[in-house]
Write a protein that binds this ligand. Structure first.
Ligand SMILES: Cc1cc2nc3c(=O)[nH]c(=O)nc-3n(C[C@H](O)[C@H](O)[C@H](O)COP(=O)(O)O)c2cc1C
Ligand code: SF4
Length: 543
């Protein structure tokens, strides 16, 4: 998209912007939604097709979704736990088949019994009481699991740094904090680029679109520690000169949306940030935006397009968001957990934070454990901790035999149980062994769960969530799914050479890490579960 077009779309900014209007117009799903969307297009001087193309992209705005009454979690942990089918059976006692839909991961991987009714999460287990969600840290001084306490006291740290933001940036650099959204990019470099960019307007965007099945750490932070996240955004704004922060939270996390909005109101009412009343200590406005159901909106450029009301396809990079982001303005776009670390760093010092981890993976990492564990829930783990001690020590081991762990979401690695003792929990250990730490959600694959079904699920997920911009992913995910479901369900054989070619095309030809990242767990499976999988393939693997 040209810079001129993006400039035009900035016309109405975030207040009553195109995305909000579009969601309002489509949301009721009645027969006049189409007319309302056309009128929105007129109001924003944009084409009908642009608004229809954007609104029809989202699961929650589509007519077939709006006709359903209850949604079962479709995530990997619910699938491998085997509880999904039981849940569907019991819901069928209350709802007709056509009233039951699916959503991608509700972030209850620790209980595997979540479903959604009227925009709220319900749990099938018992009478609505949440099952145990353990949360603890192996750091003497945890950076993330600590309560934030009194709001004025918590934010007084920002007053301390207000007059010396270059030193605050230096602390971020000393901390070595790397992005927690998956790629591990050094946070301070983004902040510096954005600070150095000359612009009349800058933004801070928090990526809370945590769509990776198996991960619920961002959800937990926003529900339980929203001020840690908002503080990180505010401080980043002070350093770069941004006066606006956007928290983009996936619609599947209604409680996180509510708690974050309450926290923003609390800040405004306490006169800490700009609101409707009282003089603000900081000129900074927060917007909380609720997503409408699209996994790809977790990819940073797709998220920016979504916020602008455009069809959330992935953008080519460069330019990177730090210099050309939201509405074409310099934007520090980072993950929830990344921002949540900033308070500890500025309070205890960058070096202290770095010492919690390894030289190249400083600090701690939140790890989500699924319902197979004896202590399912959320851990704060010092980087460099042996994976064995995370799984068997902190997690208490699994309740039944497990043959592999899908770590880091659908694009993370498939770690066979036999490799657990070779890994430590940090970026380097995982990548050197051919896996990916990613967001560090751990999904267990039981001994009796067929790996071919897991691969089929991964391709089905990618097929559904592909933004469609590049064909290696758009077509490749469909072809891969056809091959795998033919093998898993109909006894068909897959030509191994063709399959390897498909993986290679997706890896090297895809524009972003959805299509490009899928081959990693698939190859892990082919390598470590070759005996189990060989009956589904013919021919030799490509050299
Ligand atoms: C398909 C796809 C999905 C992604 N989903 C998320 C997500 O849910 N949350 C997130 O923070 N980053 C996600 N990312 C990574 C973002 O593009 C981006 O790198 C990240 O938000 C930057 O923040 P960080 O530097 O703090 O990690 C995703 C990337 C891809 C390719
Ligand atoms: S890899 Fe998939 S999700 Fe990413 S840009 Fe291409 S089509 Fe879109």
């Amino acid at each position: 998209m040209s810079k001129n077009l993006r400039g035009l779309s900035a016309r109405k900014g975030l207040d009553d912007g195109l995305y909000d209007e579009m969601v309002r117009a489509a949301g009721a799903g009645d027969d006049s939604a189409h007319e309302r969307l056309i009128s929105v297009a007129g109001g924003f001087m944009t084409g009908h097709a642009a608004v229809m193309g954007a609104s029809s992209f989202y699961d929650f705005l589509r007519k077939d979704h709006l006709g359903k009454k209850v949604f079962v979690c479709d995530g990997t942990a619910c699938l491998t736990s085997g509880r999904q089918e039981d849940l569907k059976r019991s819901l069928k006692e209350h709802y007709a088949d056509h009233e039951i839909g699916a959503v991608t991961c509700l972030g209850h991987c620790h209980s595997n019994d979540a479903f959604m009714v009227n925009g709220e999460i319900r749990l099938a287990g018992g009478d609505g009481a949440a099952p145990a969600l353990y949360s603890f840290s192996n750091a003497d001084k945890p950076a993330l699991l600590v309560p934030t306490g009194d709001v004025r006291e918590y934010y007084s740290l920002a007053v301390k740094w207000q007059s010396d933001t270059p030193s605050a940036l230096k602390e971020l650099e000393l901390s070595g904090l790397r992005g927690r959204g998956g790629a591990g990019f050094p946070f301070h470099l983004k902040v510096r680029s954005s600070r150095d960019a000359k612009s009349v307007k800058k933004y801070i965007v928090c990526n809370a679109d945590e769509g990776d099945p198996g991960a619920f750490s961002d959800k937990w932070l926003l529900e339980e520690r929203p001020h840690a996240v908002l503080f990180g955004m505010l401080m980043t704004g002070m350093i770069t000169g941004a006066d606006t922060g956007v928290v983009y939270i996936r619609g599947e996390y209604p409680l996180a949306v509510r708690r974050t909005r309450e926290a923003v109101k609390e800040l405004e009412e306490a006169g800490i940030t700009e609101g409707s009343s009282g003089p603000a200590a900081f000129r900074f406005r927060f917007h909380v935006v609720e997503g409408s159901g699209a996994y790809i909106c977790g990819e940073e450029t797709s998220l920016l397009n979504s916020l602008e009301g455009l069809r959330p396809e992935v953008r080519t990079r460069p330019p990177f968001p730090a210099v050309y982001g939201l509405f074409g303005m310099p934007t520090v776009l980072s993950n929830v957990e990344t921002f949540a670390n900033v308070h500890y760093i500025l309070k205890e010092g960058g070096k202290d934070y770095a010492a919690l981890g390894t030289e190249r993976s400083p600090g701690t990492k939140l790890v989500s454990l699924d319902g197979a564990f004896n202590r399912p829930g959320l851990l704060e783990v010092r980087m460099g901790t042996p994976l064995r001690s995370v799984i068997d020590g902190m997690g208490g081991g699994t309740r039944y035999p497990v043959k592999a762990f899908q770590i880091g979401g659908p694009l993370g690695g498939l770690v066979p149980a036999s490799k657990v003792s070779d890994l430590t929990l940090d970026f380097e250990s995982f990548s050197s062994e051919g896996f990916l730490l990613g967001h560090a959600g751990i999904v267990s694959v039981p001994e009796d769960f067929p790996i071919i079904k897991l691969l089929e699920h991964l391709f089905e997920f990618t097929k559904k969530e592909s933004c469609g911009k590049c064909f290696p992913c758009r077509i490749g995910s469909v072809r891969g799914y056809e091959l795998l479901s033919g093998a898993a369900e109909k006894g068909m054989k897959i030509d191994r050479r063709l399959f390897d070619d498909l993986l290679e095309t997706m890896q090297f030809g895809s524009l972003c890490a959805l299509g490009g990242g899928l081959p990693l767990p698939v190859r892990n499976a082919l390598q470590w579960f070759s005996d189990e999988l060989k009956g589904y393939f013919t021919g030799k693997e490509a050299k």
